[in-house]
Write a protein that binds this ligand. Structure first.
Ligand SMILES: [Zn+2]
Length: 204
């Protein structure tokens, strides 16, 4: 089960054809990726997309439902009317609510508290702590925190202090790219971006 978008793309050079596919990134990114090839004269535009808990299944179901409109078995192009495809996709997406995928992310990962920005749960991933809403392709929140920043290990207690107070105590030591050690606290701005706060005599 993979959280992602199922999209409908249009291309002015191919009137009457819809391209229906899936992506775990953003549909706009996918459209520009497909438009970058030199064999098509005009770019693809996103006509519609849905975020679903299982983009592979939704894509395959919509392709099956529209099989009589399929231009070529090996291609994702269809001649179905756009409003009909939008109606079908909207209907299908109700059975694949992305909240299901969010719950799956919760249950598979340790939870260390509430996100200071949006209130969702923050989970422990391999290299970072992350608000569930920050995980691709939800992208509805920016709060994430690396578990190690410039050689300084950010343990759960420090992460929780940051989440609760929006800043930490002064941490020893970070090591800059040039190899110098420094001390700093971490703080978060209102959008959830983590930044250094330097005390006096930060550098060693
Ligand atoms: Zn959040």
């Amino acid at each position: 089960m993979e959280l992602g978008h199922v999209y409908i793309l249009l291309n002015a050079a191919m009137p009457g054809y819809l391209k229906i596919g899936k992506t775990t990134n953003s549909p706009a990114e996918r459209a520009s990726q497909l438009s970058s090839v030199t064999s098509i004269p005009t770019p693809f535009v996103v006509a519609y997309s849905v975020l679903v808990s299982d983009c592979t299944r939704v894509e395959s179901e919509i392709h099956t439902r529209l099989s009589k409109w399929r231009a070529n078995r090996d291609r994702e192009f269809f001649t179905a009317p756009l409003d009909e495809v939008i109606r079908e996709l909207t209907e299908l997406s109700k059975r694949f609510d992305p909240a299901q995928a969010q719950r799956a992310i919760h249950s598979a990962n340790e939870d260390i508290g509430a996100c200071p920005v949006c209130g969702e749960r923050v989970v422990v991933l391999a290299y970072r702590y992350a608000c569930v809403n920050s995980i691709e392709p939800l992208n509805r929140c920016r709060f994430k925190l690396a578990r190690c920043i410039l050689e300084c290990v950010i343990d759960r207690r420090v992460a929780q202090t940051l989440m609760r107070e929006r800043k930490t105590e002064i941490l020893d030591f970070f090591v800059s790219i040039s190899g110098r050690k420094f001390r700093a606290a971490l703080a978060i701005d209102e959008l959830g971006k983590v930044e250094f706060v330097f005390p006096e005599h930060a550098w060693r």
